[in-house]
Design a protein around this ligand. Structure first.
Ligand code: ADP
Ligand code: MG
Length: 357
């Protein structure tokens, strides 16, 4: 029971005098039936949605890797510039990215939502779960629970993902050593470019949100529908190819600094090697935005940044799930700091990415 309902709990109507047609219990029940319909029973989930807690049977010889991400409306997303399907996708994607960055396989998901009453009655939440479940199914991740409550006027989403990796082999931020080569998956700056375009009024039509992405501007998609690099995370972790790893959520400059701080090393990055998103290079260049700045400091690309020992370089696959990697520099002694070269100039690469406070 919620505290603000107590005075009115003796009456038949809710706190505002009107009660939603659908209770959260109806919602949870329909969610549960839906999951049972689309996913076959799995021995790892002894008890899923419907009890007081989920019961998991972890794989022998594996470590459990857990991550949680909070998405707050008007801080982490705007309801007016995304679609519920995309938001559900993104809520899970950001957590899958964290699990990938540990070199682990994502397996179970929990989603807790605080929902304003006007959204509750609009079908928004069902579409949000459509987006989440579509991505979950792609990676064989099971939704095993969550929590549902009301919030005064902003939507709040907390996504938890649990994964597994071989015992003792999670890839940490802290394993980089001088001489290791620095790599990123995919390309950078696309999500930030997409956000800038959204801020200038670009948007996706809602009815196209679930399908036919080919016709939609790739930059908006990079921001609104990030693809976690689950395959790369698994390969790098399982084959023990990466000495350290982090996902690029805040921006390359910030996340490289996080990795270097944890590893107590410096890094030297070559700006000419940074794989700038091709659409950013084209579109943003014309809009007086500096593509390199977006690639360095724009967050939310959810690419993986990792380091590899020189003697392991020939073991790296060229592509995983169609996504390539690019060497952007190397790890150096800590006293040299984190620096970037542009032609003959060298400067300190200060963290310039997203900050909540
Ligand atoms: P409790 O009051 O004990 O927290 P709930 O009625 O909230 O129980 O939850 C019942 C079941 O439904 C639990 O298995 C819980 O994990 C699941 N559940 C509740 N809300 C959600 C949600 N938003 N998404 C997924 N599962 C949920
Ligand atoms: Mg609950």
């Amino acid at each position: 029971m919620n505290y603000d309902e107590v005075p009115e709990s003796m009456t038949s109507s809710g706190p505002s005098g009107t009660q939603s047609v659908r209770s959260e219990f109806d919602f949870i029940d329909s969610l549960r039936q839906r999951i049972e319909k689309v996913t076959s029973p799995h021995s790892s989930v002894q008890i899923g949605i419907g009890d007081d807690a989920a019961v998991l049977r972890p794989t022998q010889g594996k470590d459990t890797v857990v991550s949680t991400d909070l998405l707050v409306e008007d801080i982490d997303f705007r309801r007016t510039t995304t679609a519920p399907f995309l938001l559900g996708h993104k809520a899970l994607a950001v957590s899958l990215s964290d699990i990938a960055a540990m070199g682990a396989r994502p397996r179970w998901s929990l989603l807790s939502i605080g929902v304003p009453s006007d959204i509750w009655d609009s079908g928004f939440v069902d579409k949000l779960y459509d987006g989440l479940l579509e991505l979950a199914q792609r990676y064989d991740v099971r939704l095993i629970g969550g929590d549902t409550s009301r919030s005064p006027d902003k939507l709040v989403i907390d996504s938890i993902v649990l994964g597994e990796c071989n015992s003792g082999s999670a890839v940490k931020r802290s394993g980089a050593k001088a001489g290791d080569q620095v790599f990123v998956t995919g390309s950078l700056g696309g999500a930030a470019g997409g956000l800038r375009l959204i801020e200038r009024g670009a948007h996706l039509p809602e009815n196209k949100a679930g399908a036919d992405f080919h016709s939609i501007d790739r930059l908006l998609v990079r921001h609104l529908r990030p693809e976690p690099r689950v395959g790369w995370g698994l390969v790098l972790g399982q084959e023990q190819l990466a000495t350290s790893m982090i996902d690029i959520s805040d921006g390359l400059s910030s996340d490289l600094n996080h990795l270097c701080t944890e590893s107590r090393v410096g890094a030297l990055i070559d700006s000419a090697l940074i794989p700038i998103d091709q659409h950013v290079a084209e579109l943003c260049g014309r809009r007086a935005l500096d593509p390199l700045q977006l690639a360095l400091h724009g967050g939310e690309d959810f690419e993986l940044l990792f380091t590899v020992k020189p003697n392991m370089l020939n073991k790296l696959p060229k592509r995983v799930d169609g996504i390539g990697i690019t060497r952007i520099g190397e790890i150096v002694e800590p006293k040299k700091g984190v620096r970037i070269t542009e032609g003959s100039r060298v400067w300190e690469l200060k963290p310039g990415g997203w900050r909540h406070f």
